[in-house]
Design a protein around this ligand. Sequence first.
Ligand SMILES: *Cc1c(COP(=O)(O)O)cnc(C)c1O
Length: 344
Amino acid sequence: MISAPLRLALDGDALVANWRTLDAMSGAAACGAAVKANGYGLGARDVAARLAAAGCRDFFVATWGEAAALSELGVSVSVLHGVREEDLPFALSAGFARPVLNTVQQVRRWREAGGGPCDVMVDTGMNRLGVTPEDVASGLIDGLNVDTLMSHLASADEDVPANAAQRARFAALAGQGGARRMSLANSAGIPLGADYAFDLTRPGIALYGGVQAQAFAGRIRQVVTPQAQLLQRRLVPAGQAVGYNATWTASVPTEVAIINLGYADGYLRCFSGRGMARAGDLALPVIGRVSMDLVAIDVSAAPDLAEGDWVSIDYALPQTAALSGLSQYELLTGLGARFDRIWR
Ligand SMILES: *Cc1c(COP(=O)(O)O)cnc(C)c1O
């Protein structure tokens, strides 16, 4: 295959270290991994293989297509969006994956199809997916082969009373429906405390370097660094502008390089005039507008940087989210298909 002029440098040691940190913070509970959206953009197969080798046993995806991509790994996969009629043939035969049943209709569908192990999502206040606690209390899932009863926190990354309220509603379900395990906490739910961990935690973003809580600062490592190759270098005379709509004008003669990266790769226009590239320790500010496939950077600080050389893009998730106004999730899941994904 032809190598691309842009790549994601993926730190496999940091990924595994983050999982071990989250596993330790989960106390006696097992620690799983959310690998939906192609492993938050990193590549679900490679992420899951690395975490499985480290001891992770529970993986979460959104759809059956995403589950199928993990079929060779010998891991257990939960499909968060449940099971549609058209999923049944695959879902009933895929021994490694089970649906997370979210609605009365999904429960009925799985039961009538003679489905095996499943998980069940209960809505405890987010009003997104899930059956109601009353449904469970009235016997909706009795007799099903329920591995994990789960719920999802709406505001785990904020210190609000809704967290304790959701936790209490979830804890009240203990022992109902014959579930073997209970699971509530996503990444931000883990530092809320041991009573949020139940039997299994389900971190996603923190595995990949997301830092939403003070408890993660200094403990969760950056995993993803976009890198791009220089296409051209030029001296822009004072008074001349760079890029679409001439939003940047050189006040002094400026060394400018154009790199192989753009908003079609997920490096969105909010980085225009704000993002930063690096060559080693040298800071190379983004200037002018981000184009679809190209970004201009000021390379005055790097006189030796030439066509074909690589630069790294600043992409520490908490800082980059603050700078761009994008969420840490959007920063990862928006990274496009044109990057080569290179693990080290
Ligand atoms: C995405 C997701 C997670 C992981 O959430 P993070 O905030 O990325 O840790 C856990 N549980 C459910 C149900 C999810 O949809």
